[in-house]
Design a protein around this ligand. Structure first.
Ligand code: ATP
Ligand code: MG
Length: 754
């Protein structure tokens, strides 16, 4: 019997999922097993075989881009245009529904959506109106609490205060909702919450929506939060033709209130759902799957899975150690070129993944320099980011006091109480008098014929004085300090919090500034002038898009790469404190497990070629740091890795000291435990002669000698065991008794005589 065309080439489990009876269906499966493909075909199946009209189907995806792709796939499968088919993200879908129905909730027809800036400003005004101290009640923090409450469908009157601060949040929350209503506005959280409330409140509208949508399908179900879960439940009742697909191991939005336990809840809330497990992976080589499995197996509370593929073993995973982030970017570039030349892989088939947006900077610069095309999958390019543009504008103005564009950007950023009208009057005066900006600023205070009030002139003068101090500081070797002064004296740190809606956004912006600071420190090290520094940056700020076609390497964070696949993937920045990120480490086990899932999501994007890299040195805020390698690397099966003998030896040493797998409590070198590792009787120099000779070739460091296997003390980290020394002899890997495995400068170590 020949197969139905929609089932061509599918395995029996996939077929079972697509052809399951109308009713609740839960597809649970690992990455690359065809969850999204099955969901897409299920839509086509419902239309073709169950004759569900396409405009009575609703599908939810994670990004608008994914929604677009899904629509075109279904249209291709059925060879027809399906305009009324509702596919979108939760937010876009709800906004669309509310556009029509918000008046039921008391909004006027022309309601607007408030973005982060608007919400933040409103909360700030409310805090002030209520006479609360803004320092004790930072609007951003309150906003976070309010968003979290909305995700949990907690209304102001239901908000349970567990602390004094919470009590104030409750008060602000109530006032905020009233003000939003008066302004006829909804914030992002309201889009989901209001839709759920509408469905709960209005029997009539609920019935309309339930009648309209005969079938509801949700991709990436593990990342839904409470309000999203409720929306699905409300919309899919009473017939419950609901089809959800997910993978608990890929839950990466816990910080936005997502709860992978919704997968379990689903089984309880929908009686006897058809549960389909897909087992075969069609995306990756077996080596990639084995590495992914080794990484995720450390997490607790999960169903163990064996990922297998018929794609064959494939090539080993490349592991690369770079001296710093620039060398890391150079490594990626070199490999990208090779992939293109020797394996004919298109640029668009290559993804470079990093943990924080700030890390894109080194890659963007390298790609621009090499004139290779790239595109960022999320966010803006480093130099397009608001905070970077602001700081660059300060530096430009310091360098060139007549730069009006930069002046206009920063004169009231952060706010100095200089209004638009005053600025316009100033600009008109400068133009009418035909003055250079610097002359105008100098003349302003003493010239009675200019249009500004004395108070505003005073504010200008303060700014001019600051500029003068900074100009004096702008000497080679002092650019890092100059940056610190600008941030401090303008209170740019507070401004940063103000313009960020969520804690993670503020952190992200702060991290971008750290990255920028690191660049200035580097410029200081090499004796650059401010002019040299700015000149170099101009190259990167003006080379916005090299060409228009789509064959570009994808640069992305882990969060934005979800659901996609690429023949070649680079996972970069595999250092302790970066992945897992230090904030997650501070959160403890749950935080680290989420980071582990991020790594897992990254690895499983790769089809054939996977490259892992770490940089021994990165420059975050406050100077250079040498991080240990990511704890996740120690769990990778050695026989699947390929890299320089030294890198592999380093990893082997790390592994030898580490107990295998399991975060707690069996990871002695990665946990800060007051436990002494006894010095081994013999040196643990590598057995491989090639590596040994590399170790032997070191220049003798100062006496007494640091040796592999001997003990040493570090000024900051205390005693530890030397487990590796880099060829130059400057950098030493030490397993510290009180600390994790780290690379440190040899000069900071004092060898202990045994
Ligand atoms: P993720 O968890 O990463 O979102 P997924 O489970 O959604 O992954 P898909 O993206 O749907 O997986 O599929 C992965 C790849 O496998 C796609 O390229 C898809 O076309 C292919 N694929 C799925 N099923 C089959 C099959 N039966 N035969 C051949 N290729 C398949
Ligand atoms: Mg998918």
């Amino acid at each position: 019997m020949s197969k139905h065309p929609l089932l061509e080439g599918l395995n029996p489990q996939q077929t079972a999922a697509i052809t399951a009876d109308l009713g609740p269906v839960l597809v649970l499966a690992g990455p690359g097993s065809g969850k999204t493909s099955v969901l897409t075909r299920r839509i086509a199946w419902l239309i073709q075989e169950h004759h569900v009209p396409h405009h009575r189907i609703m599908a939810v995806t994670f990004t608008n881009k994914a929604a677009g792709e899904m629509r075109s796939r279904v249209e291709k499968l059925l060879d027809s245009k399906l305009r009324g088919l509702q596919i979108g993200t939760f937010h876009s879908t709800c906004a669309r529904f509310l556009r029509r129905d918000a008046q039921i909730l008391g909004y006027r027809d022309n309601w607007v959506i408030y973005d982060s800036d608007d919400s933040q400003r409103l909360i700030k005004a409310i805090v002030a109106d209520l006479g609360m101290d803004p320092k004790e009640n930072p609007p951003r923090r309150i906003n976070n609490r309010i968003s979290a409450a909305k995700n949990e469908m907690i209304l102001p009157e239901q908000y349970q205060a567990m602390s004094r601060f919470d009590e104030r949040v409750a008060t602000v929350y109530a006032a905020y909702q009233r003000e939003l209503k008066t302004a006829n506005a909804m914030d992002f959280g309201d889009l989901l919450l209001n839709m759920a409330l509408l469905l709960q409140k209005s029997d009539e509208r609920r019935k309309d929506y339930q009648d309209r949508f005969l079938a509801v399908l949700v991709d990436e179900f593990q990342d839904t939060n409470t309000v999203q879960y409720q929306l699905v439940k409300l919309l899919s009742a009473p017939q419950q033709f609901v089809f959800v697909v997910g993978d608990e191991d890929q839950a990466i939005y816990r910080f936005r209130g997502a709860d992978y336990r919704n997968l379990l809840r689903f089984r309880k809330d929908y009686p006897e759902p058809a549960i389909v497990l897909l087992e075969q992976n069609y995306r990756s080589t077996q080596t990639i799957l084995d590495v992914a499995g080794a990484v995720i197996n450390n997490n607790s509370n999960r169903t163990p899975k064996n990922l297998h593929t018929s794609r064959g073993q494939g090539e080993p995973i490349a592991l690369h150690e770079a001296a710093d982030e620039q060398y890391e970017a150079d490594f990626v570039l070199e490999q990208v070129r090779k992939l293109r030349e020797s394996a004919s892989i298109a640029y668009s088939d290559i993804a470079v993944i990093y943990r924080t947006n700030a890390q894109s900077r080194a890659f963007e610069e390298a790609f621009i320099r090499a004139r290779l095309p790239y595109v960022l999958l999320s966010g803006f390019g480093f130099y397009q980011r608001r905070e970077i543009k602001d700081l660059l504008a300060y530096l430009r103005l310091i360098y060139n006091p007549d730069d009006r564009v930069s002046f206009e950007r920063v004169i009231n950023t952060p706010a100095r109480g200089i209004g638009k009208k005053s600025l316009q009057a100033f600009a008109d005066w400068v133009t009418s008098e035909d003055l250079a900006l610097s002359d105008a600023l100098n003349k302003l205070y003493y010239d009675d014929h200019n249009p500004l009030s004395t108070a505003v002139k005073g504010k200008f003068l303060q700014f001019v004085n600051l500029l003068a101090t900074w100009t004096e500081m702008a000497q080679p070797g002092g650019l890092g300090d100059l940056f610190q002064h600008i941030v401090k004296q303008t209170r740019y740190d507070l401004h940063l919090e103000k313009i960020s809606q969520h804690e993670d956004e503020a952190l992200d912006r702060a991290q971008n500034l750290s990255e920028f600071y690191g660049m200035l420190m580097k410029a200081d090290d090499s004796g650059q002038t401010l002019h040299d520094f700015l000149d170099e940056r101009t190259l990167y700020t003006t080379a916005d898009s090299l060409e228009e076609d789509d064959d570009k390497v994808r640069l992305s964070t882990f969060h934005s790469i979800k659901g996609l696949e690429f023949p070649a993937v680079f996972i970069t920045g595999l250092e302790q404190d970066n992945l897992p990120h230090r904030n997650a480490i501070a959160e403890g086990k749950e935080g680290i497990e989420e980071e582990c899932r991020l790594f897992y999501v990254g690895i499983t994007r790769a089809e054939d070629h996977l490259f892992l890299s770490y940089a021994m040195q990165r420059r975050p805020f406050g100077g250079s740091s040498i991080n240990g390698i990511s704890r996740f690397l120690a769990d990778l099966p050695a026989h699947l890795l390929d890299g320089s003998p030294l890198t592999l030896a380093y990893l082997r040493q790390a592994r030898a000291v580490a107990a295998p797998t399991q975060w707690e409590p069996r990871h002695p070198i990665f946990e800060r435990q007051p436990k002494t590792i006894a010095p081994p009787k013999q040196s643990i120099a590598p057995a491989n002669p090639a590596i040994r000779s590399q170790f032997a070739a070191f220049k003798a460091p100062q006496k007494p000698m640091l040796r592999i296997g001997s003990r040493a003390t570090h000024k900051q980290f205390g005693g530890g065991l030397v487990i590796g020394i880099d060829p130059g002899g400057d950098i030493v890997s030490v397993s510290f008794d009180q600390h994790q495995l780290k690379k440190v400068f040899a000069e900071d170590l004092t060898p202990l005589v045994e």
